[in-house]
Design a protein around this ligand. Structure first.
Ligand code: ADP
Length: 777
């Protein structure tokens, strides 16, 4: 077949490809192209249109232009404002660029027309046509942007090549793909390519659609929520709740303005108020904000009470309300005196240590009264979570501030007396150590900027006077202990208790039970009996409780029997309180072998601790019973070793550890006992049991021992002596190094107790054991 050539002007196309049979208009602006158009109009209106490789190129050279294009007929020209011409063309035939005739002033080229020959067998042709049409149908439906009647125009096309060209012109494809379709002269290859491209596009469109649905669903939900919210607003407006919200916001605003808030707090409050406006008071978020605002508005940021500097008045208040407790009272008065001179003095952190019921809490209350400060109390007992001190972050559901801030709110002033009770009973676990947080609270250097997790605002605690209480110093973390001034409050003697009961507890209990006249009176013997037989304590807490219950019983008695007055005698006490609970004085009046009275000191005050030793035939076993702690067991072993080493001196069989079993027991087994001060007691019990010498029943002892027999000093002497005196002991053997502590023991006790100071165990044994086994003291 002969090849057909034509000389035609050329326009490079940017971003479009023209297929045969395709009608299309585009704008021509480049000078070279306009000249080419003009040339075409003069010569049969035919033009060669071919795509340039890079659409952005302004002046493409021959090598920038593809070599396969389309010969087109110019149907229409339209001059647009400026130098642009809009041209309508119809693709006629594919043509291959064979050579450039000229490049200036416009491109003129020689092209070879490509004639199409349908070379496909009929059946295959039909099949391909159908497949193309079906795919194109699916494609149109998926795009959703093309008119469906395009398909109708395809109905009567029988030439597969033509069909392919028309379909290609509708597809939205990348430029290079379109060019590939144009360059496919052979019809079966063109159809194959077209089908592959279409299938590919269909897949992509399907995925896009899926994503689209998902995105749309999301957007729909947002729109739905918005719509519902708007409706809710409208309903609230109808119900007048919106109004209510506004009123609430205004109420908060005026509270914020009235409260004396520091600038940074006020700013935060106003910021939260803005947020409240946005959420509405009925939402969950709104409630959280309101609670938070309540907290910061109610805290005493700037409220302060005026300290009382009248030292005489303060002393009187302290003395009136409490008997004794001289150290605490002196320290407070001292503080006042110094503070009077130097206003900026920081409050001391006092730690009152002593057994329960000795008045630690109540003296703190009196101190607050004496200083004219508000009083708050917080118990630290069992506290194990740092957040209890410092609060939970607001992001937690139901978060609240820590107890310090809670206490400050209760205090209503920024300089209260803050009592931290039971600081020795704190513990820690995985949630953090509350002691660390407490350190910050108590540290004068840091507590001016105490930050609670919930508040997220710094609060100045430097004006707070902290007083802490504890039963024992042993369990208080060292760093905390270092920051506090320790004041020991010890137990009371019998006489002191009587005095406190008469002057404080009885009047207080009468008042609490609503008796203001003098109808009920306590006799001394009545009170003494309560102290003796119904209480066994270092403090006066049970005493106070018993007095309370006697008063209530007396009151009932008076009402039932029409009595006007009642004088509480010992007999009445017995009648009201039932049989005696404790029988003191009740140390054995007999001297016994192997039974020794030790003196012990626990967090609950002093007590006597009997130790028994008994010997039986055996093979040298040492048995310890009576809930002895580790330290006590060690003392027992040390005592055992000492006795073994010195058996000869005390007339004990040298071989006793081979053929005797020894059992040491501390009765009242339910009470756990520990501490090193039972060393001397154990040795005495052992020597007595092994030698058969009796122990004097009126002697009690305390002291730690070394393996060489030295007696080491112990703690809590005063409490121990009080306890020994309570049970009727008249001689105490105590370590020589504790001599200086005897000063602290009340005169009344000192007068009645004979003190023997031991530096070694030999001295103890000499004074505790009776030489003659038959001699009864
Ligand atoms: P603590 O805190 O040491 O356990 P409390 O302060 O609870 O003891 O005291 C118990 C009760 O005993 C209180 O009612 C207290 O007023 C009273 N009390 C304790 N010691 C004295 C005292 N020295 N003078 C007057 N009352 C006292």
């Amino acid at each position: 077949m002969e090849k057909e050539f034509k000389e035609l002007p050329l326009i490079p196309l940017r971003g479009i490809t023209i297929f045969p049979y395709m009608v299309l208009h585009f704008d021509v602006g480049r000078q070279k192209s306009i000249l080419a158009l003009e040339e075409a109009m003069l010569n049969g209106q035919e033009i060669y249109l071919v795509t340039q490789k890079d659409a952005r190129m302004e002046e493409p050279e021959p090598e920038d232009i593809f070599t396969i294009g389309t010969v087109c007929n110019i149907k229409q020209l339209l001059k647009l404002p400026g130098d642009t011409v809009r041209v309508l063309v119809e693709g006629v035939k594919r043509a291959k660029l064979s050579s450039y005739i000229q490049q200036d002033p416009f491109y003129k080229v020689n092209v070879e027309i490509i004639d199409e020959v349908d070379s496909i067998p009929n059946k295959k042709c039909e099949a391909l046509i159908r497949t193309v049409k079906d795919s194109f149908d699916e494609y149109i439906k998926l795009t959703g942007t093309m008119p469906a009647d395009i398909l109708l125009t395809l109905d009567d096309i029988e030439s597969p090549g033509r069909l392919a060209d028309i379909v290609s012109s509708y597809l939205v494809l990348r430029q290079d793909k379109k060019q590939e379709l144009l360059e496919a002269y052979e019809i079966d290859k063109r159809l194959d390519k077209l089908l592959i491209l279409m299938k590919n596009e269909i897949e992509i469109l399907k995925i896009e659609k899926k994503i689209g649905v998902r995105v749309k669903n999301k957007i729909d939900k947002v729109q739905k929520d918005y719509y519902l919210r708007e409706q809710l607003k409208a309903i609230q407006e109808e119900l007048g709740e919106d109004d209510e919200d506004k009123k609430e916001v205004n109420r908060y605003k005026s509270r914020i303005n009235k409260a004396k808030l520091p600038k940074y707090v006020k700013e935060k409050a106003l910021y939260e108020l803005e947020r409240l406006k946005g959420t509405g008071g009925y939402s969950a978020e709104g409630n959280v904000i309101k609670t938070y605002l309540d907290w910061i508005i109610d805290l005493p940021w700037n409220n302060q009470t005026e300290d009382n500097y009248d030292i005489k008045k303060a002393r009187k208040i302290l003395d009136d309300e409490h008997y004794g407790l001289k150290d605490v009272k002196d320290r407070i008065v001292e503080y006042l005196a110094v503070k009077k001179m130097n206003e900026s003095l920081k409050g001391p952190i006092l730690c009152l240590v002593g057994p329960p019921g000795v008045g630690k809490t109540s003296i703190a209350r009196s101190v607050a009264k004496a200083l004219n400060r508000n009083f708050v109390r917080m118990s630290l007992g069992g506290l194990r979570d740092e957040a209890e001190i410092r609060g939970h972050r607001k992001t937690y559901v139901g978060a609240i501030p820590g107890r310090i801030i809670y206490g400050m709110k209760q205090a209503k002033s920024k300089n209260p007396l803050f009592l931290l009770d039971e600081i020795d009973k704190m513990s820690n676990d995985f949630r953090g150590d509350p002691a660390d947080a407490l350190l910050e609270v108590l540290d004068a250097e840091q507590n001016s900027t105490f930050r609670d997790h919930y508040l997220e605002l710094e609060m100045d605690l430097s004006n707070v006077m902290f007083i802490t209480t504890a039963n024992t110093l042993d369990t208080i973390p060292r760093p905390l202990l270092d920051r506090m001034e320790i004041i020991e409050v010890s137990g009371y003697t019998y006489e002191e208790k009587l005095h406190i009961a008469k002057n404080h507890l009885v009047p207080k209990q009468l008042k609490e039970n609503g008796i203001n006249d003098k109808s009920i009176k306590f006799t001394d013997s009545g009170i003494k009996l309560i102290i003796d037989s119904y209480t066994r304590e270092s403090g006066v807490r049970s005493l106070e409780r018993r007095i309370g219950s006697v008063i209530r019983k007396a009151l009932t008695d008076m009402l039932e029997n029409d009595k006007k007055t009642c004088s509480i005698t010992a007999n009445l006490v017995k009648k009201y309180l039932g049989s005696e609970i404790y029988t003191y004085d009740k140390i054995d009046k007999d001297d016994k072998v192997g039974v020794v009275t030790g003196m012990a000191w626990t967090a609950y005050g002093g007590d006597t601790l009997p130790v028994e030793a008994s010997i039986m035939d055996g093979n040298g076993k040492l048995e310890l019973t009576g809930q002895l702690g580790d330290v006590m067991q060690e003392s027992a072993r040390a005592a055992f070793s000492y006795v073994r080493a010195h058996a000869y001196e005390y007339g004990i069989d040298n071989e006793f550890y081979k053929n005797k079993d020894i059992h040491i027991h501390a009765p009242e087994g339910a009470v756990p006992k520990d501490g090193p001060s039972a060393g001397v007691t154990m040795v005495t019990a052992l020597v007595s049991a092994l030698s058969g010498k009796k122990v004097k029943h009126n002697v009690a002892m305390t002291g730690e021992i070394t393996l060489t027999g030295r007696v080491l000093p112990i703690g809590g002497l005063k409490e121990k002596c009080l306890a020994a005196h309570r049970v009727g002991i008249d001689t105490v053997i105590v370590p020589k190094d504790n001599k200086r502590d005897v000063e602290k023991i009340p005169e009344a006790i000192k007068e009645k107790l004979k003190f023997l100071f031991a530096s070694d165990i030999d001295f103890v044994l000499k004074n505790a054991l009776l030489e003659d086994t038959n001699n009864v003291n």
